[in-house]
Write a protein that binds this ligand. Structure first.
Ligand code: NAP
Length: 267
């Protein structure tokens, strides 16, 4: 039994990853994780692969324990103690649940900052550490990061910092996975047309970041990152603009990049 676990499945890129896994994955089941149950049931109706809605608020620390319990139970139910491609395995993990908030340190509440750190950093790490124990040769991990990880971004400071954390984690995880046949990739797109901006604007300073172009579709981000992951490459930027940003931010000092961003975010 080979399953896919996809968080953030009720919307945006997570939902597209579910559709993509359904079309191409060869999974016996897809576990779709999010809080909005009705969206997961709608998605289940679209898929030919059995979809298991896993309704969880991942910002609650007990949610990873719950996923652990579900995985153990599924392996037991399948009657397969062995974790390999003939037994029970997690063939794909996509950590897409996450959010950002526009505004300075003055504009964000402690609850917003703590939940952002939990969801963008702790959850992908905890879930990866858990799922990798059920993975085998050919399994795949996609951490949904962001081009925000390439440099500090004032007025999206904490968001960019959480994504820099996740990019660093994914890069070193890849080294630790060498020889296992498990591919891990950081998906680092620029703006993607999802509900992200709507959530990010719901702060005390919604216009702190005005410019959200150029943008790509969620299906482009998912298709491209799946291809990059199949090639076992570390980072998927998904557009020429973001690739240039990635290279530029490696060579240009941070204060210069932040000064350019200061102009862009006001347009
Ligand atoms: N859109 C962009 O421009 C962009 C660019 C680069 C990177 N990203 C990253 O891409 C990832 C996916 O975002 P998206 O663009 O697809 O945004 P989205 O459409 O807002 O999707 C976010 C997903 O995260 C889930 N989620 C949020 N809080 C949750 C919680 N406490 N517990 C469980 N699930 C939760 C949401 O489901 P429920 O609300 O149903 O729980 C939703 O399915 C995020 O990590 C984001 O940082 C986005």
């Amino acid at each position: 039994m080979r399953i896919a676990i996809i968080t953030g499945a009720s919307s945006g890129m997570g939902r597209e990853f579910v559709r993509h896994a359904d079309r191409t994955g060869g999974f016996d089941a897809i576990w779709a994780v999010a809080r909005r149950e009705e969206r997961l049931h709608e998605l289940a109706g679209e898929c030919t692969t059995p979809l298991r809605p896993v309704v969880l608020d991942l910002s609650a620390p007990s949610s990873i324990d719950e996923l652990h319990r579900l995985l153990e139970a599924a392996a037991r139910e399948a009657g397969l103690a062995k974790v390999d491609d003939e037994g029970f395995s997690v063939g794909l993990l996509v950590n897409a649940a996450g959010f950002g908030k526009f505004g300075s340190f003055r504009d964000l509440t402690r609850s917003e900052t703590d939940t952002m750190i939990a969801l963008n950093c702790c959850v992908p790490v905890d879930l990866t550490q858990l799922a990798v124990r059920y993975m085998c040769k050919g399994s795949r991990i996609i951490e949904v990061v962001s081009s925000a990880s390439f440099q500090p971004l004032p007025y999206m400071s904490l968001y960019a910092a959480t994504k820099a954390f996740l990019l660093s984690y994914t890069r070193s995880l890849r080294w630790e996975l060498v020889g296992t046949g498990i591919h891990a990739t950081a998906l680092c797109p620029g703006w993607v047309r999802t509900e992200f901006a709507q959530v990010a604007k719901d702060t005390a300073n919604p216009t702190a970041v005005r410019h959200q172009q150029p943008s790509i579709s969620a299906s482009t981000a998912v298709g491209w990152s799946s291809f990059i992951n199949a090639c076992n490459l570390p980072v998927a930027t998904c557009s020429p603009f973001t690739l240039v940003q990635r290279i530029f931010s490696k060579f240009v000092p941070n204060p210069v990049v932040m000064a350019i961003w200061e102009g862009i975010r006001r347009i």
